[in-house]
Design a protein around this ligand. Sequence first.
Ligand SMILES: *Cc1c(COP(=O)(O)O)cnc(C)c1O
Length: 676
Amino acid sequence: MAVIFITAIDTDVGKTVVTGLMARALAAQGNSVITQKLAQTGCGGTSEDIIAHRALMGIDLTEEDRDGLTCSYVFPHPASPHLAAAMEETVIEPEVISAATDRLAARYDHVLLEGAGGIEVPLTETLSTLDYVAAQGYPIIVVTSPRLGSINHTILTVRAARARGLKVLGIVYNSHGGNDPRIAEDSRCVFERVLRETGDRAGIVDLPPIEDLSQPPALDWSPLLAGLEGDDSVRCQPAEQTAPPDDQTWTERLEFDRQHIWHPYTSMRDPLPVYPVVSAHGVRLRLADGREVIDGMSSWWAAIHGYNHPVLNAAIDAQVAKLSHVMFGGLTHEPAVELARLLTELTPSGLEKVFFCDSGSVSVEVATKMALQYQQATGRPARRRLLTVRGGYHGDTFAAMSVCDPVAGMHHLFQDVLPRQCFAEAPACAFDAPWQERYIEDFKRQIESHHEELAAVILEPIVQGAGGMRFYSPHYLRRVRELCDAFDVLLIADEIATGFGRSGRLFACEHADITPDIICLGKALTGGTMTLAAVLTTARVADGISGGSPGEFLHGPTFMGNPLACAVALASIRLLCDSPWRERVAGIERQLQRELEPCTASEAVKDVRVLGAIGVVELHEPVDVAAFQAFCVERGVWIRPFGRLVYLMPPYIIDPKDLTALTSAVLAYSSASTAW
Ligand SMILES: *Cc1c(COP(=O)(O)O)cnc(C)c1O
C-alpha cells in the first residue's frame, strides 16, 4: 500500500492529467490503483460534475467515486479550498479527507492523492496543504511546466516539502505549451541538481504534449516509483496536532518539571524555579508568557552569535537533509574532515591531530587519557597523575572532577573515588599586573617535586571560569609552559569556555603565545546549537601513543564526529571568522568596563573585573538566585549568578543598548546592598 501525494507548482499545470496517466500506467502493471482529490474547486459543484471531469481525464469511475471517497469536498468557486469552502459557508475537515484516504489505502495497492493548486495553498483556516501532507507523511511528486517562473516555484516546492520531512519522489515535467526546447533542457538540469541535494532517490519524468487524452503515450514512471522501493514507511503516523499552550498547560508542565526533571545542580526536593522558554532570536529569549529577556549568558559561553541564527539554521537544515548521523568507526564524512581542517588551521600551531567527542567534560576525560596513554606508550607508566591549579573547573565527570578546585568542587563527596591529583595555588597575578617570579613559585615547587609521577598539567588558560571567574597573567601561562617543557610534562589547555574569541583572542593561549600539547574545545564550538567537543594534540603525542602498545588510542564514543554537530560547528566558526568579532568583543569589553565600574561603589561588592566579553561582579555574600532571577526577568534580562558571582558574557552580536540593559540590572542589584 502506498499513498502518493501529487502536487503542482500552480494550478493548470497538468496535475490531474499526470495523476490519471500515472494511475493508468500503474494499473497496466497489474496494480490496483485509485485516485483521490484533496478538494475540487471551480468545477460545477456537484459530485456528478467531478465524476464527469475525471472521466474526461480518462479516469475510470469506481464505486468509491460514487461513495464520494475519492473527493470529499467539491466547491463551485475557483479559489483555494479554504476560501471556496468559506464561500459555501462550510469548512473542510481534514479528518474526513484522511479517513477517506485510509479506507482507499486499505483496498488498493496505490492511492494517488491529488492536491489543489500549489503546496502552500490553505486547506483550512489554520492548515496549509503542506501542513496536512506533512502530518500524514505522504511521499510527494511535483508537477511542473516550462512557464516563466517555474524553476523558482519548483525548487521552492521541493525544498519546502523536504524541509518538512517529506520524501520527494521526483518531478514530472509537463512540456505541454513549452515552445523552446532549450528552456526545457536547462530546467531539467536545474531540477536534477535540486533533487540530488539530499541523496534521496528521486527522478524526473518528461510528459510530452498530449493531443488525445484517450490515447495517452506510454511513459516510464519508474524514475519516480524507484523512491518507494524498500520503503515500508512512506506513510508515517500523523503528527500530533499541538494547540498553542495556554497558561493552564504551562502551570501543569512546570509542576511536572518540578516533580520529575533534574536541572543543573539542583535539589529534587526543593528546586529553584525555572522559566519556560518557547523561542529565541538574536539576543532575546521569549518566555511562555510572551515576555522577552535579553540574554547575558550566551547559554553558558556557547551562543556567541545569538539564537536562531539563519546561517546556523541553514547549515543544520542542509546537513539534516543529507545525513544526521553515522558511526565514525570505519566511516568518515565531509563535515568532520572540513571541521578538523579548520580547527588545525585556527588553533595554536602544532596542534594537528583531532579527536571529536560529545561534551566538554568528555573531552577532558579524553585529554587525560591521551596524556596517560602517551606516558605509558613512551615507557613511563609511573607518570599517571595530573597537576593543576586551584580555582579551576573542568567538568563534572570523574577525571574532570578530580582536577576541579578541591574546596569549591566536589572532592569532599568523592574523595575515596577520585584519583588524587596535585594542586598548586591559584594564579594570583591579575591579567595585566606586572609580573613577579614569586607568582609561579608554588606551581614550580609542585612540578619539581612531583614531575616523576606527573603525566600532564591541566589548566584553563588566562580565564578560570566556573571555578571563580578569575583572570590571570599571560606570564603565568608562559612560565607554566616553560616548566612543563623543563620537566617533560605535557600541558593540557582547557579552552572549553575561552575558545572562539571570548577572552579577546580566538584562543586564550594566544595571550601568552604558547602551544599546549593538548587542547580541549567545546561550548561555543557549535555556536550554542548542540553539543560537540574536540581534543587536538600534537604529532609528538599522537605518534607516542601510536608507537606504543596497543598502538591505538582507546576511546570512541557512539556519536563521535556527529555530522550535524560538525556541520553547524563549521558554519559557526566560518561565521565568526567572517564577522568583525575582534571589534565586537573589544567594544563589549570597553562598555562592560565603563558600565560595571560604578558597582565598586557598593559595599556589597568585593571586586569588578572585565576581560574580553566577560564582565564579573564579585560580591561579599552569596546571591539569592531565585530572588535575583525574578528581579532580572522583571527588568527584561537573563542573568544567572552563582555563589558570590554575578557575571555577564553576552552573545557577541549584542548591541550597546541591550548590553546597557544587562549592566544596569547588575548595577541596580549590587547597589541595593541590603535588599537581598
Ligand atoms: C563547561 C566547561 C567544561 C565542561 O563542559 P561540559 O560540556 O559542560 O561537559 C569543562 N571545562 C571548562 C573550562 C568549562 O567551562
